[in-house]
Ligand binder design. Structure first.
Ligand SMILES: [Zn+2]
Ligand SMILES: [Zn+2]
Length: 453
């Protein structure tokens, strides 16, 4: 069992692992790992008890500073497990505070200077080693005295949600082709402070944002519809806390230009939240698409906006057929789908199964990249509509199918032209019987019907 000759009193807001370093230093150890095991250092850095009683009993494991209320898409715990330090706190009292270990801290409120998490000389990440408390770089080949970072660029008035946004934007900048996000427990490795600073510049300087987006678009494969070239941008914008950043308008401007030919289908792994937008389907419909082999849900146990989805299969199928002259783009024939109550999911399944012949030519978005002949589409829609045996439909759907207003439909119901569903109660005004709606639509000049009532 670890015993210490000198047990220093903990300092105000001293973080557990910083206390352990100071105890090792005061007891003449050369390395923290000569006093406790690396796994114990690791535990302390995560605010867990180390198992070394002599340390655990004196320090506080209070974690209220961690800002658990801020949902950060990159990691579950908003706590840096590698050191982030204020040089003056260290020089004054050999102290690394809990507060500074929050993922969203970037300057010391006491000394009004920026924190550092890498050595300004060798640029290596600082680690929990004894030289840290002596104000020196922890990389053995460097070991130089740590110095302050000149010219802070971040305004100290940034809110924590704002810093979380900067961190995320910095992550996107540093990650090649970020098409989906996976929330890990702890954010490791690269300098968090550098990510925050780069992210801040990115979100506030329009020129940088535009350059990044242009690079994304050049990299993307013209095999996919144009809307797929901005998956990274869409994902970033969806994941931000604030949409008031100066760069946002530049990010959400749509671009049009398609030139290159491409024969291979690169894999596209993105999140369900983005996939449903790109395919114009509802989140729950992704399951049906998965079962038909059109997309692949990577985590089948759970379907949420963040679930990873692989989309390339759909395009492997679609691209087997070229556009023929009689075909028109689907985006110009959507009224046929609406009229016959056909969802995009039903249509995609029909296309991939060969029930409906189609051609593919990448354009602005998916709907404008799929081509079908109006006759085939109409025949397919009519048949599918006929085969449907759903009894009750919502009033909203009835409005879409008939082109009548809610008021007119209610009038028809009161006149008993539209029957009430069996289980009708006055509180359930929002349902009609599907067959009635079809009959109504088949009546000649049904628009005049409501006028007579
Ligand atoms: Zn300080
Ligand atoms: Zn160094």
């Amino acid at each position: 069992m670890l015993k210490l000759a000198i047990k220093p009193a903990p300092l105000d807001d001293e973080c557990p692992v910083s206390y352990a370093l100071r105890a090792a230093l005061n007891n003449g150890y050369l390395y923290i790992t000569s006093m406790i095991r690396p796994s114990q250092v690791n535990r302390l850095s995560k605010l867990h008890h180390s198992g070394a009683h002599v340390i655990d009993e004196v320090i506080s494991f209070d974690s209220t500073f961690v800002d658990a209320h801020i949902n950060n898409p990159l990691c579950k715990y908003n706590l840096a497990i590698e050191p982030k330090v204020c040089i003056e706190c260290i020089q004054e009292s050999q102290l690394v505070t809990n507060k500074h270990q929050s993922l969203f801290s970037f300057f010391c409120q006491k000394h009004h200077i920026p924190l550092i998490d890498t050595c300004p000389a060798c640029n290596e990440r600082l680690t929990w080693e004894l030289p840290l408390l002596l104000g020196c770089c922890t990389t053995p080949t460097c070991g130089l005295r740590l110095t302050n970072k000149p010219n802070p660029t971040l305004p100290t008035t940034l809110s924590k949600e704002g810093i979380s946004d900067c961190l995320l934007a910095g992550y996107f900048l540093s990650t090649q082709d970020c098409l989906h996000l996976k929330q890990v427990k702890w954010l490791k490795n690269s300098s968090h402070l550098e990510l925050i600073e780069n992210g801040y510049n990115f979100l506030t300087k329009k020129a940088l944002t535009k350059a990044w987006q242009d690079a994304q678009i050049t990299k993307y494969s013209p095999f996919y519809p144009m809307s797929f070239s901005t998956i990274s941008t869409q994902l970033l914008v969806q994941s931000l806390n604030y949409l008031s950043w100066p760069a946002i308008p530049a990010l959400i401007t749509k671009k049009k230009n398609l030139t290159k030919e491409h024969s291979i289908t690169p894999r596209i792994l993105t999140t369900a939240g983005i996939a449903k937008e790109l395919l114009s389907v509802k989140l729950f419909e992704l399951r049906a698409l998965h079962e038909s082999g059109i997309i692949t849900i990577k985590d089948k146990s759970r379907l949420a906006s963040s679930t990873p989805i692989e989309l390339s299969n759909l395009f492997v199928h679609l691209s087997q057929h070229k556009v023929i002259p009689a075909m028109r783009e689907l985006s110009k024939q959507l009224d046929i789908l609406t009229y016959h109550d056909i969802s995009m999911t039903e249509l995609l399944i029909a296309l991939v199964s060969g029930k409906l012949a189609s051609g593919y030519q990448p354009s602005v978005n998916l709907l404008s990249s799929i081509f079908v002949t109006p006759k085939n589409l109409k025949d397919f829609a009519k048949q599918t509509f006929k085969d449907k045996r759903g009894n009750k439909i919502t009033l909203d759907k009835a409005i879409a199918l008939t082109g009548l207003s809610g008021k007119e439909l209610t009038k028809l119901r009161n006149a008993n032209v539209l029957k009430k569903p069996d289980w009708y109660r006055p509180s359930c005004k929002h349902f009609c019987i599907f067959e009635d709606i079809i009959k109504l639509r088949n009546l000649p000049q049904y628009h005049q019907l409501t006028l007579k009532l």
